[in-house]
Design a binder for this molecule. Structure first.
Ligand code: URA
Length: 435
């Protein structure tokens, strides 16, 4: 390991065999964290070639279970978002796409810090569980076309270990390391095609658009190189997606979207990602055709019905799909009036995420218990004009102290100006799309 660290430190490329052995030995506990930390820092400064990144990705993907979905007929499509605030996309998108006949076998995570996780959000349906066996997962996808499973399998344990190490050694934000970390998990999860939603802006890992595109290029190259059709959409996360932030509140907004009454930005993102998922699965030939089918699935109610079917198949009570007032509800509701008039110039996305966390809607540590009912619903987004005294958002809470802390934090998130800011496009572009 000493020789490998020195080789990388001096700017030379590691061979695929060296990377494979290093990851294998690290996962087995034979390489200490201090040596791997030094290696990560050497990679941070020297970078990795495309070949090295591909070797690292495959080594991490093979470090644990490789899910075999071959007993599910047809093309299985997966979707992954690099994460953001108010990102409830999977909840609306998976039933929309499944209602168009495309198989979705999805593995999702829980939220940590100020961004939420799909599994937590789905647990807003009483009884719903993602702790299903691999056998149940496969059977459910074969029967109803969609299943969402928690990461109970040992997917890419090398990445789990490495990510925890990078988190405490200031080596997270290196392009090859992020790309290999995400793609190792996707490649181990067994889907045939992958659609990536790479976020950019104040609430994203990649604050700058050019970095988001570079990450999108790196990840699509890794996916396509491994024989999986991979497309990446680069989308805005400079303000929360939609209006709702918080678990049950986001589920309610996803349900509204499946009824055709969702926020414009969120609906557009679902249509864009969904159309690429249909194309990648061979279920549509063009974006126009795909979007038409997705719109029809919303219009005729089959997308909403598919969500209910999935909730039922995973032990949940689907009543709230038809009557969202049955979702967990907070006991305190408070409006946040604007203190001045003006245009909303900027919303600091991370601060909004922290508000939800302070209300109890997120995990501060892995062991925290979250409150599904709390969060906030914004009423004003970037570019909107606000009168003094008009409500900027409604906060939902169960604890007065938490409510006070969240309100204070919320005030920091909104920035006002006298002129309307130029509208930033939601979809910045696509990578790996040849349609
Ligand atoms: N998400 C991941 O899974 N890995 C990273 O390195 C960054 C974001």
């Amino acid at each position: 390991m000493y020789d490998l660290i020195m080789k990388k430190r001096n700017g030379r490329a590691l061979t695929a065999e060296e990377i494979q052995e290093m990851i294998q030995e690290y996962t087995a506990g034979h390489i200490p964290d201090y040596q791997m930390s030094a290696m990560m820092m050497a990679v941070y400064f020297q970078g990795m070639s495309a070949d090295e990144t591909a070797a690292l990705t495959m080594a991490m993907a093979r470090s644990g279970d490789m899910v075999d979905l071959s007993s599910i007929s047809g093309v299985k499509v997966d979707k992954h978002s690099t994460g953001g605030v108010g990102d409830k996309t999977s909840i609306a998108l998976t039933p929309m796409v499944a209602a168009c006949g495309v198989k979705i076998a999805k593995m999702s995570g829980r939220g940590l810090g100020h961004t939420g996780g799909t599994i937590d959000k789905l647990e807003s349906f009483p009884g719903f569980t993602t702790g299903i066996t691999e056998e149940h997962f496969v059977r459910q996808v074969n029967e109803i076309g969609v299943a969402i499973m928690g990461q109970t399998l040992d997917i890419a344990p090398a990445d789990k270990k490495l990510y925890a190490l990078r988190d405490v050694t200031a080596t997270v934000d290196q392009m090859s390391l992020i790309a290999s970390s995400i793609m190792s998990k996707k490649l181990a999860s067994g889907a045939d095609a992958i659609v990536l939603d790479v976020k950019t802006g104040s609430g994203a890992f990649m604050k700058r658009e050019e970095d988001a595109f570079a990450l999108a290029r790196e990840m699509t190259a890794l996916g396509n190189g491994a024989g999986k059709k991979t497309i990446a959409v680069v989308s805005d996360m400079d303000q929360p997606l939609g209006y709702a932030v918080g678990n049950a509140l986001e589920v309610e907004e996803a349900i509204a979207t499946l009824r055709g009454a969702g926020p414009q930005d969120f609906t557009r993102l679902c249509m864009t990602l969904g159309s690429y998922m249909l194309i990648a699965a061979g279920a549509a030939q063009s974006r126009e055709e795909a979007e038409k089918r997705l719109s029809e699935a919303i219009r005729n109610g089959s997308a909403l019905e598919k969500l209910a079917e999935m909730v039922r198949a995973q032990g949940g009570d689907p009543a709230a799909v038809y009557d969202p007032s049955l979702l967990p509800k907070a006991s305190m509701i408070q409006e946040i009036p604007a203190l001045q008039e003006g245009y909303v110039e900027k919303i600091d996305c991370d601060e909004i995420g922290v508000c939800s966390l302070l209300l109890g809607g997120g995990r501060e540590t892995k062991e925290s218990v979250i409150d599904l009912s709390v969060g906030l619903v914004l009423h004003k987004k970037r570019g909107d004009f606000v009168q003094a005294g008009e409500s900027l958002a409604t906060l939902y809470a169960n604890d007065r102290e938490r409510l006070g802390a969240a309100e204070q934090r919320f005030r920091r998130a909104y920035h006002f100006g006298k002129r309307q800011p130029a509208q930033a496009p939601l979809i910045k572009g696509t990578v790996g799309d040849s349609f």
